[in-house]
Design a protein around this ligand. Structure first.
Ligand code: ADP
Ligand code: ZN
Ligand code: ZN
Length: 737
């Protein structure tokens, strides 16, 4: 072993750190340390937690510059090789420094140096958590011995960053698994229908790795297929990773999973762990640890759960695989769905991608035979898909955006005591405020976007920018001409809610959108009200469209779908179709006669026609043909470079410079012949929070060529970026362009 700078024996360690610099950092450690272990190291004037990813014989820098590791963290075993391989792949594929991938993949308490140093550290967050759980276990044992006292009282609170185990949805269900008095009743699985049985069999027949694309119409009982597939894997002693696109869908599935597995299971209480961004750091740490140790047999979570370590992984399920929320939109811009497929391949386990409207990428894989295609074509309950009617609004007089047909239909459904869903993908009161005499419109002062009118409590209102979050008071008079007659133009969920309250005074109305669900737990409470039948009319954005199994919803009214018809992005029609199929699928799930009414000025658009026929395959074929002609994904591969600066000119200049580089340095870019670099263009919303943005699209018919190109280009970008006044971000497989 080489000596440390201070003359002690040490060994060199190569450490990944979450710092905005490429490359890895070499230190020396006097203590024994393995690859995959975390260490605290000095970096600049700070102490950082990093992960050892290599044990080089000699450092990459001069020995005298190598500093010593401050602390080797041994509260966890080293991260396993498959986990390290996954983060390494993600870093290379998405062109990010390894440390920027590894560290964010760990629960926050595990990456804070401060959690291990100083007086309050007490052995670090893992040991603190263990001590607390041990105390809790003892307390429950004591309580179980004392008759007359309920063991369900919430346990005492500990320090703020520790797990709040009072949350019923997390961790072992407190005492239910122990004494069998769990509040969740054991639910008998319905017997599968033929299609479901075939789907389960097809998944079971996958040997080693294989991707099954489960296309099942809305209400076809995909969940039941997932549960059966999971059950087989659990019976074999393996773990299941179950991904859902939205936090709001976790309670529903959590209930189903607990009812099925906790109540029937061998090791009841420890079966399930849940992981999503709505949890506290302590809760996340606890769930992650239980997955890591193999105690949690099912890990249910949103996209972040894809990076959880799962030593006995046996199956990955990705529900609503087409959903945009699987794509992270900042930092490491990864697709959890794509990583799931990679991970399944790496671990040799099956991956099930489920959707009523698979992404065209996945559908294309299935058509080419790379994925196994399994279909559920009928609804699981004896109900038909809802009838979809287009209401041609071109010659109609609308009342606050509602056609007489839709209002009549609502009235009828309400009279039958059925629920009605009004879907409009626009939150707030009105998208813009305008002056009737001079044409002034409310605009954000920092963005090239309108400010949206929002109602606060009572009659108070504010202007709010949906791009920068900026808020402004509503002017009493027009800032340009002084006229007092300012009018809201158009409608958002709040205005719809207000109108329906006047129009249907007897009805109980609930609104579900990002505003009404801002407080923790409020979304779950609202959805539960709907499920309990305490709501007659539900007004909502895309938040209500996904996954929910509403039992008594008879009618869905869709307002303003046209606003998405002519968007610039080539994926807009695909997204619109998926969204409409989803929202339409909320109608008539448990009883016959469900109905969807879509108001439009363009009833003949192919998207709407396909929707009316519930024809995903027809739509997919049409859209794929179009993409093929235009050479768009999945027939090509893309990356998007976005630059932002104080002035658009700077951003464009930077993009032009980096665009020219490869041609000027042909030796470094032998793959350039396979790469298409488009002209830089300003973003549609050019300015956000006073930062101006432009983008450059890179395209190739070959993924390997694109990857080789990006690897080289990233280095040049970094070099040029440092000298430039702009910030940039590179996104591989961008979702929106
Ligand atoms: P999807 O996710 O495919 O839209 P769900 O999984 O929510 O559909 O199932 C729709 C409804 O059908 C649920 O209420 C579910 O309980 C019910 N269901 C599923 N499978 C069966 C079955 N084999 N027999 C009866 N009902 C079923
Ligand atoms: Zn005016
Ligand atoms: Zn703004």
């Amino acid at each position: 072993m080489p000596p440390t700078p201070e003359g002690r024996e040490c060994r060199y360690v190569r450490v990944a750190l979450d710092v905005p610099l490429p490359g890895l950092f070499d230190y020396c450690s006097a203590q024994a340390v393995e690859i995959g272990q975390r260490v605290i190291v000095p970096f600049g004037r700070r102490d950082l937690v990093g992960m050892v990813v290599d044990l080089p014989a000699a450092p990459a820098v001069a020995v005298e510059h190598v500093k010593a590791v401050s602390m080797v963290l041994d509260d966890l075993p080293a991260m396993p090789g498959d986990w390290l391989a996954m983060v390494d792949f993600a870093a290379r594929y998405y062109q990010r420094p390894l440390g920027e991938v590894i560290m964010p993949a760990l629960p926050p308490p595990l990456r804070k140096a401060g959690a291990y140093t100083g007086q309050r550290a007490a052995g670090g967050p893992v040991r603190r958590l263990e001590r607390r759980l041990e105390k809790q276990r003892k307390r429950l044992e004591r309580l179980a011995e004392q008759p007359g006292k309920s063991p369900d009282e919430p346990p005492e609170k500990c320090d703020p960053d520790s797990a709040a185990s009072g949350h019923p949805g997390l961790g072992p269900a407190p005492a239910g698994g122990v004494n069998g008095s769990d509040s969740v009743p054991a639910i008998q699985a319905p017997s599968l229908n033929d299609e479901q049985r075939q789907a389960v069999a097809a998944i079971a027949a996958v040997e080693g790795h294989g991707v099954v694309l489960l296309r099942g119409i809305t209400g076809s009982g995909k969940t039941e297929v997932y549960l059966h597939a999971a059950q087989r894997v659990l019976a074999g002693g393996r773990q299941v990773l179950f991904l859902v696109p939205e936090i709001n869908l976790t309670p529903q599935l959590e209930r189903a999973l607990r009812a099925r597995f906790d109540a029937s299971g061998a090791d009841a209480a420890g079966t399930l762990a849940v992981l999503h961004s709505g949890m506290s750091d302590g809760e996340r740490l606890e769930a992650w640890l239980r997955a890591f140790r193999g105690e949690a047999r099912v890990l249910l979570g949103t996209r972040m759960a894809i990076t959880a370590p799962l030593p006995r992984l046996g199956l990955i399920i990705v529900d609503e695989e087409h959903d945009a929320s699987y794509k992270q939109q900042d930092g490491l811009r990864y697709s959890a769905r794509d990583l799931a497929v990679w991970r399944g391949h790496d671990r040799g386990v099956p991956v099930v991608l489920g959707s009523a409207t698979p992404s065209l990428e996945s559908w294309n894989h299935a058509m080419q035979g790379r994925y196994l295609r399994v279909s559920l074509t009928r609804r699981a309950r004896e109900v038909a898909l809802p009838a979809v009617r287009m209401v041609d609004t071109r010659r109609l007089k609308l009342e606050q955006g509602f056609s007489p047909q839709l209002l009549d239909a609502m009235e009828r459904r309400l009279a039958l005591q059925e629920q009605v869903l009004v879907f409009i993908n626009r939150r707030g009161y009105a998208p813009v405020l305008s002056c009737t005499s001079c044409g002034w419109v409310s605009q954000c002062s920092r963005c090239t976007a309108y400010s949206v009118l929002h109602r606060l409590r009572g009659r108070a209102a504010r202007l709010q920018c949906h791009h920068c979050g900026g808020q402004a008071p509503v002017p009493r008079a027009c800032p340009d001409c002084g006229d007092l007659d300012l009018k809201p133009m158009g409608r958002g969920t709040q205005r719809i809610e207000e109108f329906l309250g006047e129009r249907f005074p007897e009805a109980r109305i609930a609104r579900i959108d990002a505003d009404s669900t801002r407080l923790k737990g409020s979304a779950a409470a609202l959805f539960s009200q709907v499920h309990q039948g305490e709501v007659d009319i539900l007004v909502g954005t895309q938040m209500v469209a996904k996954g929910h199994d509403f039992a008594n919803l008879g009618l869905v009214g869709v307002l303003n779908a046209d606003s998405m018809l002519f968007a610039q992005d080539f994926r807009a029609p695909e997204r619109l179709f998926a969204q409409l199929m989803q929202v339409a699928g909320r109608a008539g799930r448990h009883r016959v006669g469900g109905e969807v009414m879509l108001q439009t000025d363009y009833p003949d658009q192919p998207v709407y026609r396909a929707l009316q026929r519930h024809d995903y395959e027809g739509f997919a074929q049409y859209a794929l043909d179009e993409r093929k002609v235009l050479g768009l994904p999945p027939y090509s591969y893309q990356a998007l470079l976005v630059a932002e600066g104080r002035e658009l000119a700077h951003a464009l200049q930077f993009l032009n410079d980096v665009r020219k580089l490869p041609e000027e340095d042909a030796g470094a870019y032998p793959m350039l012949g396979h790469i298409m670099l488009y002209d830089p263009v300003p973003l549609r919303v050019v300015r956000v929070a006073n930062i101006e943005r432009a983008q450059l699209l890179v395209e190739s018919h070959s993924r390997p060529a694109l990857q080789r190109f990006l690897a080289q280009w990233s280095e040049d970008l970094f070099r040029l970026g440092r000298e430039s006044r702009v910030r940039y971000s590179l996104e591989v497989d961008p979702f929106e362009i």
